[in-house]
Design a protein around this ligand. Sequence first.
Ligand code: NAD
Length: 346
Amino acid sequence: MRILVTGGCGFIGSALVRKLVAEGHDVLNLDALTYAGDERSIAEIANAQGYQFRKVDIADAGAVASAFADFNPHRVFHLAAESHVDRSIDGPGIFIRTNLVGTSVMLDSAREYWRGLDELARAAFRFVHVSTDEVYGTLGFDDPAFTEDTPYAPNSPYAASKAGADHLARAWVETYGLPVIITNCSNNYGPFQHPEKLIPTVIRTALSGGDIPVYGKGENIRDWLYVSDHVAGLMAAADAGEVGRKYNFGGDAERTNIDLVRTLCRLLDDKRPSPKPYEDQIRFVADRPGHDMRYAVNSARARAELGWAPSVTLDSGLSETVDWYLAHPDWLSRDAAEIARLGLGR
Ligand code: NAD
């Protein structure tokens, strides 16, 4: 198949692109290469037959329309986004532009292109809009996990911009019949994640001998999913998902942040021993404003209707992830000065 991916130089997008190319699909990767995009994440397939890259801003309607016209995709996976909650608190404007305006451009270019296809191709076309569980807001400790019917209640500018994008995607199905599927996934982890995010930050700061920053008391709970399991879910949604339907993906692996950080410290004690336990470097810092207390995702629909299930346990996934970052110190030091200046990475 010819598959158009946006954000394919980012953390999840690059894992998807690597998988699709390995499976023999033709892939066009549209990515603006913002601070979050890094071509090293797709280096292993950059010269593969059938892979193409275009440096495109998804809010640029002309460039997006040309990409559709030139490539004639059977499928679209839309992942390009501004993705870091802390940055959205410091500067929400770019989140509105990329996540909302960019998504509207993607949907409308897809609609124009799709309208011109023959009947068979129109029926087979799929646009997978990739979103987050953060659109649902926050849970109390005893609340049931988010289902696809949980009302939207986003709390951060990032989550609100993604929620708005989900509403646009829904409207393009209801109004125009564009065959869109929306997916909402929990926190991902694995290789090639930007070092400003929690897990790479813990590893980087631990190895540097400095403070390992943890927001508040570290009691916030997240549900972790290994990135390759998310990729498998996105592909299953495109293959077997019902048009206009939403699918949640989660790892059934809820952990408090402090538990997760301590687990990473213990893995590092084992794999890269230092004179003192890494846990001694943990420092609690002032909490993030509007910090959601708990996310938990009910993936029953994806399991029943897509035949999807996570295949990597949190223990083995974290161990592999630590191994990868230990083997790639150059990746961990990426943008270090800016991350320190902005106080990111908690
Ligand atoms: P990321 O920040 O690692 O990568 C984003 C990519 O999008 C980068 O390559 C960047 O260059 C590109 N991009 C940004 N603005 C662009 C623009 N205007 N035009 C074209 N490209 C642009 O993000 P990620 O963690 O890989 O997340 C990918 C998608 O998955 C996002 O839509 C995010 O909301 C969603 N998601 C992420 C997680 C997670 O835990 N990381 C969980 C659920 C859903």
